[in-house]
Design a protein. Structure first.
Length: 94
């Protein structure tokens, strides 16, 4: 049986020069709680993971209502921070 490494977190893999892993898809719909999706994207980008973000029309509206900022502003902020992860935004067909 293969032993489990002590620290297999994305951060440790990146610090060791490893592969950041497969991209993570985050989808935000029109349900309440969009801040959890936004926080997840932020944490994944900070850890170096590539992220594909999809927000429905209502998901984008809920983001603006719940946070006071539209999705484009969130995207701009993440890009300006030059986080180690790569972010791609995809439009959902509604």
């Amino acid at each position: 049986m293969t032993p489990i490494p002590n620290d297999s977190s994305p951060e440790s893999k990146l610090q060791a020069g490893g592969n950041p892993g497969l991209p993570i898809l985050v989808a935000i719909t029109g349900a309440s709680g969009s801040i959890y999706g936004l926080r997840l994207v932020s944490e994944l980008l900070q850890s170096g993971r590539p992220v594909h973000l999809v927000a429905s029309e209502w998901g984008s509206k809920v983001i603006a209502i719940e946070t006071g900022r539209d999705l484009a502003t969130w995207m701009d902020d993440w890009r300006q921070q030059e986080l180690p992860g790569r972010l791609e935004n995809h439009q959902a067909d509604n």
